[in-house]
Write a protein of this length. Structure first.
Length: 380
């Protein structure tokens, strides 16, 4: 089939008008004119963009990765379509070894069962963090990294575990990062009180992503640049960023984008199970959370506990805050996240031969429809 629209969003270009070919569930070429005798799907008045890729999402629509249930991942997969997401990394929290091992097994079972957004890997946000910046995670499980634990998780996940976050100041971190990279993992740094030099050593060992920049890390000081200074200054690294207006002030978002460039900022949600749900009481990991006024906060101390952000809204915020144009904003929520995982040749962009996972947007970035493998799977 061919799709007619007012614009098509490519990673570095917006093609005005024309037609996009979709054949056997994959993208073809963009054409200025429709071939004679061909039918087309008419989205005049709308824009076509690649499906979004959320590389850090704990739950949605009442489901949570830490439920350790295949059904929960199926719910997330289906309901995330309404947020413009067509690919995601189910994200686990800090927990004991056995629980995380079960997350690995369940994720393998779910990967081929899900019918909506595609599971492109598994992300462990922890458990090798520091207690000082625990956030909404249980410090009793935080510990030094273990190659033996990683080996078992990789076996249980059948290689689906592809991203792992650790704190650079933990004992044995450099050796662990080197080992993890040899195993093909993307290593992220966060929930950390590391000094600049400790973060730099971790990056030199192979770490390449910063966990939700600014949040859960030592701040910038002119005498000790800390983790935030490392985020700004170390090249060839990618910063996750939550653009809900609560986790990070828009001006701080702007500074980060200026420091890293649009090609090195990946918009994420860090969403928990209350995403898409009514305000009220929820659980994140093992902790009671209250959701109200657009935020999820721990009942115990009021700290932010993940978010209830929809990734499509993060994109819209960035444009409304005048931090990026539409092409740049969508790139930070699709192509760049894919690139952080080495998956840019699989998903995250409109490209001939790629799976036809895309979204239909109004010019003011409201979601009209979501397609996976060329089939409409969500209609607003």
């Amino acid at each position: 089939m061919y799709i007619k629209a007012d614009a098509f969003i490519y990673p570095y270009d917006k093609k005005e008008g024309g037609y996009l070919e979709v054949r056997d569930g994959r993208f073809g070429e963009w054409l200025e004119t429709l071939p004679a005798g061909e039918d087309f799907l008419d989205y005049t008045g709308y824009w076509i963009a690649p499906g979004l890729f959320d590389t850090h999402v704990h739950g949605y629509a009442g489901a949570d990765v830490m439920d350790c249930k295949c059904e929960s991942l199926e719910i997330m997969s289906e309901k995330l379509l309404s947020t413009g997401v067509t690919s995601f990394l189910p994200t686990a929290l800090t927990a004991d070894f056995e629980t995380l091992d079960e997350v690995c097994r369940i994720s393998v079972e779910a990967k081929d069962k899900v019918k909506g957004a595609k599971i492109q890997g598994l992300y462990f946000e922890g458990p090798y963090f520091t207690e000082k910046y625990k956030g909404a995670q249980n410090p009793s499980y935080m510990r030094n990294p273990s190659e033996e634990e990683l080996d078992q998780w990789l076996a249980s996940s059948q290689g689906l575990l592809t991203k792992m976050a650790i704190a650079p100041e933990r004992e044995g971190t450099v050796e662990f990062i080197t080992y993890a990279k040899e195993k093909g993992l993307v290593v992220a740094l966060g929930h950390s009180d590391a000094r600049y030099d400790e973060a730099k050593k971790a990056v030199e060992a192979g770490a390449s992503v910063w966990v939700h920049a600014y949040n859960g890390m030592r701040g910038l000081n002119h005498r000790e640049p800390g983790m935030v200074g490392a985020v700004y200054n170390l090249p060839n690294t990618y910063a996750e960023l939550i653009c809900d207006g609560y986790h990070v002030h828009p001006s701080a978002c702007e500074i980060l984008m200026e420091q890293k460039g649009y090609d090195h900022v990946a918009l994420i949600t860090d969403c928990m199970s209350a995403g898409g749900m009514q305000d009220g009481d929820y659980i994140l990991g093992e902790f009671p959370v209250i959701v109200e006024n657009g935020t999820a906060r721990l009942k115990s101390n009021g700290s932010l506990a993940g978010s209830i952000l929809k990734l499509k809204d993060g994109v819209k915020h960035v444009v409304e805050w005048d931090l990026a144009d539409v092409v740049e904003a969508i790139r930070m929520a699709s192509y760049v996240p894919a690139k952080t995982m080495g998956l840019e040749d699989t998903c995250g962009q409109i490209k001939s031969g790629h799976a036809a996972d895309f979204i239909v947007l109004t010019p003011d970035l409201e979601l009209k429809a979501t397609f996976v493998d060329g089939e409409k799977v969500f209609d607003a």
